[in-house]
Write a protein that binds this ligand. Structure first.
Ligand SMILES: C[S@@+](CC[C@H](N)C(=O)[O-])C[C@H]1O[C@@H](n2cnc3c(N)ncnc32)[C@H](O)[C@@H]1O
Length: 242
């Protein structure tokens, strides 16, 4: 994945090789899968937004991809289809997400791509061999729901599993007016986490990682990134030694 070096952003969506066209669900199944990942009515928009981001970040078929908090494979289905055999791994803490994910893999006959999907309370740290074997690690709309200890665990997982030259990308609600993490409202069993960027910088630094904000977005794509309270896309990589 070459453009990772610049992460130049464009407000015009690039021609998207990654497509979800084959993966439309019937209304009932879409509702069931969507209820596990929310927000209501956004299944396709949130899937296509993720595909567009990955396309802009230069995802290639040969990339080994780890999806932390993969949910009900909103992104996973088209990715499993797109990536080379064995290159998609998804983990989630919710057994319902895992069970719907497995049904979807069967429904769309994707077993030949040998995706690995499993339940994990530790972002894969207990289940996967602990070696740096993923080129891209993705944690989309997950940090916004985690406890502090789960944020640490997620960053530890990124630190352990990210291959040299690889990048992790994640979204988070950034509020630079706050001194530390704050929890507001709820969705399913989770709160909505808002935090200053400095909070994520501190956790990453502890794990030997560096983090940078690459843009703010809404459901339509990139937006003005100057708002003090924003939904941001973050890039996380191994800290370069001084
Ligand atoms: C808003 S959904 C996003 C799902 C998926 N990334 C997507 O965008 O379609 C948040 C997901 O994070 C998962 N999750 C929450 N806490 C987690 C944890 N500690 N470990 C792994 N997954 C977690 C939830 O089960 C849910 O699937």
């Amino acid at each position: 994945m070459n453009i990772r070096s610049s992460d130049k952003l464009s407000s015009t969506p690039m021609k998207n090789q990654l497509t979800a066209i084959k993966f439309e669900l019937d209304a009932d199944f879409e509702q069931e899968a969507e209820a596990l990942v929310g927000p209501p009515g956004q299944w396709r928009a949130r899937r296509d937004l993720q595909l567009s981001f990955l396309s802009q970040f230069g995802l290639a078929k040969k990339d080994r991809f780890l999806d932390l908090g993969c949910g009900s494979l909103r992104l996973g289905l088209p990715l499993i289809d797109y990536l080379n055999v064995c290159n998609y791994t998804g983990v989630d803490i919710d057994p319902d997400c895992i069970s719907v994910s497995r049904r979807l893999i069967s429904l769309f006959d994707l077993h030949h791509k040998s995706p690995r999907i499993f339940l994990s309370r530790t972002f894969g740290l207990e289940e996967l061999e602990q070696k740096p074997c993923f080129d891209i690690i993705w944690i989309f709309q997950v940090l916004i729901h985690l406890t502090n200890s789960h944020v640490e665990q997620a960053m530890r997982s990124i630190s352990v599993f990210l291959a040299d030259g690889g990048s992790a990308y994640g979204s988070a609600k950034i509020d630079d007016g706050l001194e530390t993490i704050s929890r507001k409202g709820d969705w399913r069993q989770y709160a909505y986490v808002h935090a200053p960027l400095s909070y994520y910088k501190k956790v990453c630094s502890k794990m030997g990682l560096q983090i940078q904000e690459i843009g703010a977005f809404n459901s339509d794509g990139w937006i003005d990134p100057t708002h003090p309270e924003r939904l941001s896309m973050l890039k996380i990589s191994k800290k370069l030694s001084d």
